[in-house]
Structure formats: structure tokens, C-alpha cells
Design a protein around this ligand. Sequence first.
Ligand code: HEM
Length: 127
Amino acid sequence: EKKLTPFEAIGEETLHSLIDNFYGLVAQHPDLAPLFSDDFSEIARKQKQFLTQYLGGPPLYTEEHGHPMLRARHLPFPITPTRAEAWLTCMSKAMDMTGLQGPLRDEFYSRLYLTAQHMINTPDDKE
Ligand code: HEM
């Protein structure tokens, strides 16, 4: 029996709801909202593509945008430890709102935790 990828186990519909819930929270977060444009539709679309491939689904992000190079793509933005924590808090709340639970959630969140640490490019006091 073939083991499901996390993408298959979570399902596209749930993943898309998670990302829409997530950016709804980011839009209201005082430490995060100023980094983004007022229209979250394009970033939500890219994040759906990216997280699909991150979870073992089809490589939608790379097909349209090339190699993710996520750290490099975040360099124009001051990503402080405080903002990484805020990003993860919004993600955890979005997971609650979406009803994502159990080992699938825990493994996904652990990976996002590490990726978020990797995005930090600015100390809190240099922001
Ligand atoms: C883009 C913030 C972590 C995935 C962006 C953008 C900002 C941002 C400001 C640009 C939005 C725009 O184009 O208007 C942050 C902050 C993070 C964080 C504050 C805290 C650590 C992450 C993580 C992931 C991620 C952990 C993936 C697991 C992406 C993707 C894009 C993006 C896929 C689109 C890149 C592109 O094609 O332009 N992020 N991000 N981000 N972020 Fe993050």
C-alpha cells in the first residue's frame, strides 16, 4: 500500500482554507500586516502553490516561479525573531480554525517552525 503524501492526507480543500484563514489573521496582525500589500490574493495564491509542493504534492510553485529560494525571496523584508513568532502564531491559530489536528498538524507545524527560523534575517533591535 502506497503511503499518502502529507498533501494528500490533508487534502487540497483543507490546505486552501488553512492558507485563507492564515492570511486573514496576518492581515490583522500589527507586526506582520505592514510588510504585505493590502491585497492578499496574490500572496495567498503563491502560498497555495508553495505549500502544495512543500507537502509532497505537485510542484506548482516551481512550475510558475522557478526555484523557491525562500530565504533570498524574503531578504527584501526585515524578518525579525518577533515577526517569525507572530507568523507561527497566526499559522497555529489558522490550523485551529481549519480543524487541522493530530500528527499531521504536528509534523506540518514542526517543519514550518524550522523554515520560519531560517527566514530570520534581521535582529529585533535593528528593525
Ligand atoms: C512571501 C513574510 C515565513 C513562504 C513573503 C512576503 C512577505 C513574507 C512580506 C512578500 C509578500 C509580497 O510579495 O507582497 C514572511 C514572514 C515570515 C515568513 C514575516 C516569518 C518567518 C515564511 C515561511 C514560508 C513562507 C515559513 C514557507 C513555509 C512564502 C512564500 C512567499 C512569501 C512562498 C512568496 C514568494 C514569492 O514568490 O514572491 N513572506 N514570511 N514565508 N513567503 Fe513568507
